[in-house]
Design a protein around this ligand. Structure first.
Ligand code: COA
Length: 155
């Protein structure tokens, strides 16, 4: 039995100020509000995770031609490590499954062990490596490319 109630719902433009607070708290190299607006106008899947009516995280996924790309998955730093990221990811995988997506792709910084562990445990496999993909101060950081086949999935 959970002690606190969380719910996942669609993101709207009204969420953007809170989303930007979390985004800048969680990432050194964060998205701009314009990035989120572009994703909303493009009709991507943008979801919010609320905990006791307070927004604590969100996810962004694009879908086209049977493929999905997980573009952002973020939980407020003070709420990380409590299972909300996993729950948000499962929710996005269910949306992809319902829309008959066959493969979900994502890129993550090679140093982001928490995210890499989460994706491994959620059935993603490492399929590639992009050298110097991310800005990271004076040197650029490598990206790990993950993919998960949705065929025969029970997510
Ligand atoms: C990555 C992120 C979304 C994960 O969400 P979270 O709510 O913190 O993660 P969860 O509590 O759901 O944990 C999921 C799994 O991650 C792993 N994990 C959690 N905390 C960890 C830690 N401190 N170190 C390593 N692995 C960890 C565990 O395997 C965990 O599974 P378990 O609870 O069964 O042990 C979140 O940490 C985050 O927003 N980070 C900053 C933004 C980011 O880097 N996003 C990903 C970019 S692609």
């Amino acid at each position: 039995m959970q002690s606190s109630m969380s719910c996942i719902r669609a993101m709207t433009a009204q969420d953007l100020s809170t989303v930007m607070e979390i985004e800048t708290a969680a990432y050194v190299h964060s998205w701009s509000e314009g990035n989120f607006r572009d994703c909303l106008s493009a009709g991507y899947e943008l979801v919010i995770c609320d905990l006791e009516q307070q927004t604590i995280g969100y996810g962004v996924m694009s879908m086209a031609a049977g493929e999905a790309h997980l573009l952002n998955l973020c939980i407020h730093p003070q709420k990380q490590g409590r299972g909300y990221g996993r729950r948000l990811l499962n929710h996005l995988m269910q949306i992809a499954d319902q829309k008959n997506v066959s493969t979900v792709y994502l890129e993550v910084r090679a140093s982001n062990t928490r995210a890499c562990t989460l994706y491994h445990m959620a059935g993603f496999n490492e399929i590639g490596f992009r050298t110097g993909y991310y800005p990271s101060g004076s040197v650029r950081e490598d990206a790990v490319v993950f993919a998960r086949s949705m065929l025969n999935s029970n997510s």
